[in-house]
Design a protein around this ligand. Structure first.
Ligand SMILES: Nc1ncnc2c1ncn2[C@@H]1O[C@H](COP(=O)(O)OP(=O)(O)OP(=O)(O)O)[C@@H](O)[C@H]1O
Ligand SMILES: [Mg+2]
Length: 319
């Protein structure tokens, strides 16, 4: 059921409480789709990445190949899983380095130190890191939709992710305002140029404007993708225990208010009925009350869930 629904989507966000199995489900879903011939990119947005651990190979902020069907070669070929672990610190560094270069060019020598101090505090300011994560998620989504059939996001525990999903709207507005400001200052710099000002300023303005336009396009793509139930779905992973189940309800209602479609619920690590009948009955009673308007997929407890063999087993259960 989950796999059939996944086959129609281009972007899937896998979320849920810490440690419930988001990375395992996101990875096995990616593998199951790739086994059907899809080109899949799995993206970890959780700063405490564990995608690499599960696939037993280092993954970083650049796309690497995790699996491909026999006889397929080259990035993005049919039947493949590629992966990336988003590193927001890298985005923050690159951004601050660019700003620092501009500042150094524009400010007199005696102000350089103050400017550097200011940038250092910006690095630690609340929101800088989050904005960088969003920037990279939007960027990866854009690349992913372009080059792959499906992008699966293995997200950070609930609160973070929901906040992230609500941000493109605000970021689009904000970029919009910056662009309006640029328009005004561009008119000013044209006038300034006519009075004999430097060309350098208007080049820089044009570059900044291009950057803001790119970014606006990226955020609107993310916003439109998130709001499109035919292209995008959210999967809540939970374990059948009171706390995670309660949190899943909370996440589902927040998704609804964000306009993001809940595609399915995964009840992970269910106890084996033959060995632990009483426990399993208690789990089923909790699930019977968990009506979130999306189908529930049941996944049993599997021992040693690390490495390709385990992922193949889990993908088999999904199929
Ligand atoms: N069906 C399963 N059977 C047995 N163990 C499982 C199953 N699913 C996940 N696990 C194990 O549970 C632990 C947490 O799984 P996973 O890393 O996928 O969760 P997560 O939600 O991504 O965690 P985090 O919030 O820390 O990122 C891992 O040790 C994993 O091997
Ligand atoms: Mg994880």
């Amino acid at each position: 059921m989950l796999l059939t629904d996944a086959a129609t989507r281009h972007a899937i966000f896998v979320g849920g409480k810490g440690g419930v199995g988001k990375t395992s489900i996101a990875s096995s879903l990616a593998l199951a789709r790739a086994q059907q011939g899809a080109r899949v990119l799995v993206v970890s947005t959780d700063p405490a990445h564990n995608l690499g651990h599960l696939w037993e190979r280092p993954i970083g902020d650049d796309i690497v190949t995790l699996w491909r069907a026999d006889g397929q070669e080259g990035a993005g070929t049919p039947g493949c899983v590629d992966g990336i672990e988003i590193d927001p610190a890298r985005t923050v560094d690159a951004h601050l380095a660019a700003v620092s270069t501009t500042m150094t060019r524009m400010l007199p020598e005696r102000l350089h130190r103050a400017a550097r101090d200011h940038l250092e505090s910006a690095r630690k300011a609340p929101g800088t890191y989050e904005a960088a994560v969003l920037e990279r998620v939007a960027e990866t989504l854009e690349t992913g939709l372009d080059r792959y059939d499906l992008v699966v996001f293995d997200t950070a525990p609930s609160g973070h992710t929901l906040h992230l999903l609500s941000m493109p709207e605000a970021m689009t507005d904000w970029t919009e305002k910056l662009l309006a400001n640029r328009d005004r200052s561009e008119r000013f710099s044209v006038a300034y140029g006519a009075l004999g000002g430097t060309k350098d300023t208007s080049d820089r303005d044009a570059e900044l404007r291009r950057m803001l336009l790119r970014r606006r396009a990226r955020f609107s793509l993310m916003r439109d993708t998130l709001a499109d139930p035919r292209r995008t779905g959210f999967v809540i992973v939970t374990v059948a225990e009171p706390m995670p189940v309660a949190e899943s309800r909370e996440v589902a209602s927040q998704l609804e208010s964000l306009g993001v479609t809940l595609m399915g619920v995964v009840a992970n690590r269910l106890s084996p009925a033959e060995l632990m009948p009483v426990r399993r009955e208690r789990e089923e009673a909790l699930l019977a009350n968990l009506d979130l308007g999306a189908p529930i997929t049941r996944i049993p407890l599997i021992d040693e869930l690390v490495g390709l063999a385990a992922l193949e087993r889990l993908a088999g259960v999904l199929a």
